[in-house]
Design a binder for this molecule. Sequence first.
Ligand code: RUB
Length: 333
Amino acid sequence: MVATLLASAPEVQQIAAEIKEMKIRGAGEIARSAVQALLITAKTSKANTTDELIRDLDATAKLLLNTRPTAVSLPNGIRYVMHRITSASRDGSVENLRAVAVNSAEDFIANSRLAIKKIGEIGSKRIVDGDKILTHCNSSAALEIMKQAWKQGKKFEVTATETRPRLQGRLTAKELGDVGIPVRMILDDAARFFMNRIDKVLVGADAITANGALVNKIGTSLIALAAHEARTRVFVAAETYKFSPETMIGELIEIEDRDPSEVIAPDDLKRMQNTTVRNPAFDVTPPEYLDLIITEKGIIPPQAAVLMIQEQYGSFSSEELGQYHVVHLLEQE
Ligand code: RUB
């Protein structure tokens, strides 16, 4: 068994390490990279039987599932491929099953990129001349909306929070600034200070729960709270593979706790008596603080998240979810 896995190990291990170290980051890119790891495994596995190939793919899936816990896109992307493999016939040749794996992985990656473009098309209609938009962290889906709106000739400006501790706000400012959009970067703590001058908050998602709550970069819920107080609308850009089927059956989304050294240098911390550090990477914004979710299938109110999950996954048990028995996800009509 080890012999069949070794061939794909280095590249796959590298993808897993880069997700963990956040060299690969953002929920969409994490999912595409995890699926890419399955694709590499399918192409390079030395498996002689369909069972051996499934075992190799399953080992890669498990490795990837243990990288970052919060982005639901990751297990959903893996399920997209694994469901198609495990429901394909095992009686056929290993080459046929390899082709199923490669095609499903390629489909997921292509459809997920297409989903971002569609979100850009749909969401850009909600941006009007003169808008002052606030965004948090660095979401490719949220940025696509702003980039497409700018391309259409709309004139607006963006306030980007710096996003402590990893400063993804700088990536956002660079990306938007490079296409000509005027960006003002602010401290995360200044969001409420500026909120009265903001027309729309636009953020991405790591996960959407069945009750329509948003799991996104730490600080999103405080920004939504400030927006609620100022009667500023909050828009979420989320591909449908960010919706969590687990939450339909009462599971909670795990919030990643990252290393304290991202917040304070270990030597500085050592000098502080009786002090510990917590560094949750994400938080939960309840649906009451969100106005709408922009998906590639259209705009929905957060309360309709449950219908979106039902439409995509049908009904299922927790055992079925665990065994990749999930259907329809991201399938194009
Ligand atoms: C990134 C983050 C993004 C979502 C959506 O967190 O919170 O808002 O992942 O991104 P991190 P996208 O930097 O810790 O991964 O729209 O690109 O999927």
